[in-house]
Design a binder for this molecule. Structure first.
Ligand code: HEC
Length: 115
């Protein structure tokens, strides 16, 4: 699925993702950016979850580093998303800057990295 629109359009996705994952109410569920970032983590093409483990997203990918252990800050995530890294693809062509920012904030927060 191509996610080229803004964060607003990602919101219905969040509901699907939450319902599909049977996710329990999360303390940060009210933060729209956090929700959008989480949805993108699972739905970007290719999905981060395929390659990365991140407990908060229920992701258990084993190709890239375990994000719960790496605990990257948002700037580090955003850089990897824009430029790609090793076998990780760049998302510059498929995600908007707003989506990259939401993902970066989400990964930093969910892994307890610096915002
Ligand atoms: C095809 C597998 C794959 C996908 C999909 C993928 N990654 Fe990665 N990612 C990797 C690999 C492999 C590395 C380690 C690259 C290296 O250090 O050479 C990595 C590294 C990273 C890093 C660490 C960057 C650093 O500075 O060390 C972050 C953060 C990250 N990925 C986040 C994400 C996010 C968020 C997504 C989804 C938008 C994503 N990745 C999608 C494979 C993937």
């Amino acid at each position: 699925m191509r996610l080229s629109s803004g964060l607003g359009a990602a919101r219905p996705l969040v509901l699907c993702v939450l319902a599909a994952a049977g996710a329990a109410a999360h303390a940060q569920v009210n933060d729209a950016t956090y929700e959008a970032g989480k949805a993108l983590f699972l739905k970007a093409t290719p999905a981060c979850a395929i390659c990365h483990t991140l407990k908060d997203a229920g992701a258990e990918g084993a190709i890239g580093p375990v994000l719960d252990e790496l605990r990257p800050d948002a700037a580090r995530v955003a850089k990897a998303l824009r430029d790609g890294l090793g076998s990780m693809p760049s998302y510059r062509a498929t995600l908007s800057e707003a989506q990259i920012a939401a993902l970066a904030r989400y990964v930093a927060k969910a892994s307890n990295g610096a915002p």
